[in-house]
Design a protein around this ligand. Structure first.
Ligand SMILES: *Cc1c(COP(=O)(O)O)cnc(C)c1O
Length: 491
């Protein structure tokens, strides 16, 4: 299995795609074809997640040692707090919730970032690279902590996370600055997330930096969500949801179901699209946006227009206007013609918009459906779902739940079983969730306790463990100091 660049550059092996992260021509790596899944075999696995992860990932990983992939899977998912890894919880007869947040950081990024270090270290070995792999991350909150947990004390790796000073929640900051591990560091940057992201991109593009790091035995790499090594572990949970439904007798094998996905960078729902291309029986992939609804407009009109104000919301992990993984779907919509993708991407960077035409977007309108959710609707949905089903959801999951309601109203499809992807524990955003019921305080730990008293839903151990733990990383730097910080950590 080779990997093509969406912008037409040289094709590479799986190991190269995973080590490079992004193609040198600026494109994303996509598999040359979609392997057909053995659905009957996967259904036999039932709720044995590790087995399904193996079945789904291995056809993409030519050149990797099967035993090492398997032991990577075992170690990655042994850190999840539920034996099914991604438990499926019935909500109503026609709706279930797939809880993707039982990993160490309470958000769905763990599913991919617990696995990526195993794939990346193996890729580096296959490529014969002897450098220490230095992962740089700019984060708006969730990715940084998940990368720190994933790479913590992984031999042959180093990781530094930059986050915007004052730009992440108290809980998210505490999760990062108390991180254990000999190979990790965390630094706040004076600026917003885009500044931190631009700073990291500059370091990646800086040849003198690469040379100085090379002399010290380091090579930069990225744990960004455009890396195929982050995408491939996510395909597995779509199959797992299906197998859990079949095992419970909720659906018959072969029956079509819907998935509803709170979407930002388009990584999560793209994994669902890849699952469909591998043969998973899916009626609709429902894309749920918050008020940064650029993707909803795109799926309804074929016009992607990022020229709109960026709006901070309580479902902050999907506050995104430039959705980078969409480029992989565009490649398919362009019938894999890279010149079209390049044209659209050039138009996006020059004018802030592109138009693929109503005809092209209509070709996927029987698969993708989209709507969005306001802030008031997010809070109302959290309260209503708890009152009717005694199920407490985080703001991102609530966005999906509200959009599913829109879908049923607009299409009349209330019979197809629908799986909501729940991407974070409500305890990751305790003050926001509490505000659906009552006035929150300024203290997220106090709000988490109030939420516990109100809902009875157990608090994750990771959360309680944070309180009072030593803050290891208190540095704050200016944007201009980021390269020096990286060199300082490369020792
Ligand atoms: C990252 C994230 C998302 C969005 O996933 P994409 O792959 O960027 O679409 C949704 N919810 C939570 C909690 C996240 O951390």
């Amino acid at each position: 299995m080779r990997f093509l660049s969406t912008r037409g550059g040289r094709d590479v092996t799986a190991a190269q795609a995973i080590q490079l992260g992004i193609s040198p021509d600026g494109g994303l790596f996509v598999p040359e074809s979609f392997p057909a899944a053995d659905l009957a075999g996967i259904l036999k696995r039932g709720s044995f997640y590790q087995g399904i992860a193996y079945d789904v990932m291995i056809p993409y990983l030519e050149g990797f040692t099967h035993g090492e992939v398997l032991s990577g899977i075992e170690s990655a998912y042994s850190r999840f707090g539920d034996a099914r890894v991604v438990p499926l919880v019935p909500l109503t007869p026609s709706e279930s919730v797939l809880e993707l947040w039982h990993g160490p950081t309470m958000a769905f990024k763990d599913v991919a970032l617990q696995m990526l270090p195993h794939l990346l270290t193996q890729a580096v070995a296959i490529n014969g690279d002897r450098h220490v792999i230095y992962i740089l991350v700019a984060t708006s909150g969730d990715t940084g902590k998940a990368a720190l947990e994933g790479f913590c004390d992984v031999p042959g790796t180093r990781v530094t996370v930059f986050y915007p000073h004052g730009g992440v929640s108290a809980m998210q900051r505490l999760q990062m600055v108390t991180q254990a591990g000999k190979n990790v560091s965390v630094c706040a940057v004076r600026g917003n997330f885009d500044d931190a992201q631009t700073g990291v991109k500059k370091i990646f593009g800086d040849r003198t930096m690469a040379a100085s790091l090379g002399e010290r035995g380091f090579r930069l790499s990225s744990a960004n969500s455009i890396n195929f090594g982050r995408l491939v572990p996510q395909i597995a949970y779509y199959f797992s949801a299906y197998a859990q439904l079949a095992e419970a007798g909720t659906i018959r094998p072969g029956q079509l179901i819907n998935f509803c996905v709170p979407t930002g960078n388009f990584g999560d729902i793209l994994a669902g699209y890849y699952a469909v291309r591998m043969g998973l029986p899916v009626n609709r992939l429902i894309l749920a946006a918050n008020r940064n609804n650029v993707l909803t407009d795109f799926f309804r009109t074929g016009v992607y227009d990022a020229r709109r104000p960026f709006s901070k919301s309580m479902s902050c992990s999907i506050d995104i206007l430039i959705s980078s993984n969409l480029e992989r779907l565009l490649f398919e919509l362009a019938d894999r013609d890279p010149s079209l993708v390049k044209e659209w991407m050039a138009s996006l960077s020059e004018t802030g918009r592109y138009d693929i035409g109503i005809e092209r977007i209509s070709r996927v309108s029987s698969l993708f459906w989209s709507s969005w959710c306001s802030e008031e609707e997010t809070l109302r949905t959290i309260a209503e779902t708890f009152n009717s089903s005694r199920y407490l959801m985080d703001p991102h999951t609530a966005v999906a739940q509200k959009v599913y309601g829109d879908y049923v109203r607009e299409t009349g499809d209330d019979g197809t079983h629908t799986v909501l992807l729940s991407t974070a524990s409500p305890y990751k955003f305790p003050s926001a969730v509490l505000s659906a019921f009552t006035q929150p305080s300024a203290d997220e730990f106090a709000d988490a306790e109030r939420l516990f008293r109100l809902s009875g839903m157990p608090m994750p151990a990771q959360l309680a463990g944070l309180r009072g733990r030593e803050e290891r990383f208190t540095d704050v730097c200016d944007l201009a100091e980021m390269p020096a910080k990286v060199l300082e950590c490369a020792k």
